[in-house]
Write a protein that binds this ligand. Structure first.
Ligand code: PBG
Length: 331
């Protein structure tokens, strides 16, 4: 029967704000936010990232202040990324294993002053290699197993510096199991692993590579290790392997163009599942808003509720401090 004749009117529940609030199915809270922070050498340094308006790189001392701000807002965790001095980058990404590197120093400094915030560190060699790849390059090949051995060592220096959660973003095969065994063998059984399980070879990472200085260094592309944007079943297999190898949480990246993957992984495995709203997604919203083409705050909030609706347990997002402030103000 016709909806109106039968008296079924979907708009009835939407008429008033109080009613809309009653029937709302998903909510965004500050607990859903992970704030990715870029760290740079020096003292008292803040450097704007040109392609990410509103985002800055901080020297370690100011990263501590940012961590304080995040903790005050109730953001549970930060994800740290370094902009390594070009002189310290080499073929093997040696600086990744240096316990005095930017990330390790940032971890120790933040842990000392803001112990209540969770620290997630990225495991991959790209901010440290002269060729900008996440792994070791031999000829034209990114070699898997030799890379994994270095990633384990990288994870260990991070854990020793106070990282609470290791987030391998490199997409090498077998790295989750190897890192888990390495951590456990060194007494870090409590350190969590968030696996970038379905990480796609995406054009949306451009501004991030600007932020960490790998746009200049990257030779070629990452399609022999990051996933083909055309694939879904492969994402299921990647996640199954990571879970089998010991991942505590899984992640999908990029975010908005891959909500279908996020929903599939969440319903298939039921693990804590996160989305990374990457740099290019952030930049698109900021750029359109700067042109007056969209309402920035509304687009920001809508993009984040979309992740929740698709099943995300949380989102890595450069909007984190802004969203946390809006939520605090009662948005
Ligand atoms: C590198 C890494 C990348 C991002 C996080 N870790 C870029 C890449 O794979 O080239 C992208 C994050 C973003 O775009 O916001 N291992």
């Amino acid at each position: 029967m016709d909806a109106i004749l039968s008296g079924r009117r979907m708009r009835r529940n939407r008429r008033t704000d109080w009613s809309r609030r009653m029937v709302r199915e998903t909510r965004l809270s500050v607990d859903d936010l992970i704030w990715p922070l870029f760290v740079v050498d020096g003292n008292g340094v803040t450097e704007p990232v040109k392609s990410m308006p509103g985002v800055e790189r901080f020297s370690v001392d100011l990263a501590v202040r940012a961590a304080e701000r995040a903790a005050k807002l109730g953001i549970p965790a930060l994800a740290l990324f370094p902009n390594t001095d070009p002189d310290l980058r080499d073929d093997h990404g040696s600086e990744a294993l240096n316990p005095e590197n930017l990330i390790c120093r940032a971890c120790r400094a933040i842990k000392a002053e803001v112990p209540e915030i969770g620290l997630i560190t990225d495991v991959a060699l790209d901010p440290y290699t002269s060729h900008g790849h996440d792994g070791l390059l031999e000829g034209e090949e990114i070699v898997n197993d030799a890379t994994v051995a270095r990633l384990v060592a990288q994870a260990l220096v991070q854990a020793e510096s106070g990282a609470d959660m290791i987030a391998p973003s490199d997409m090498m095969d077998g790295r989750i199991g190897a890192i888990r065994r390495g951590l456990d063998a060194h007494g870090f059984t409590h350190v969590q692993i968030m696996a970038y399980s379905a990480k796609y070879a995406s054009a949306f990472y451009g501004p991030f590579r600007d932020a960490v200085g790998t746009n200049k260094t990257l030779i070629g592309d990452k399609r022999t290790y990051q996933m083909d944007p055309a694939n879904t079943e492969e994402a299921i297999r990647e996640a199954a392997l990571d879970i089998d190898e010991g991942a505590d949480m899984i992640m999908v990246k990029p975010g908005m163009p891959y909500l279908d993957i996020l929903a599939r992984l969440k319903t298939t495995f039921g693990l804590p599942t996160f989305a990374y709203q990457v740099s290019g997604e952030y930049a698109m919203i900021e750029a359109a808003a700067a042109n007056g083409w969209i309402d920035r705050d509304r687009a920001m909030m809508e993009s984040l509720i979309a992740f929740k609706r698709a099943g995300a347990d949380g989102v890595l997002t450069y909007f984190a401090p802004f969203v946390a402030e809006m939520l605090k103000a009662g948005a």
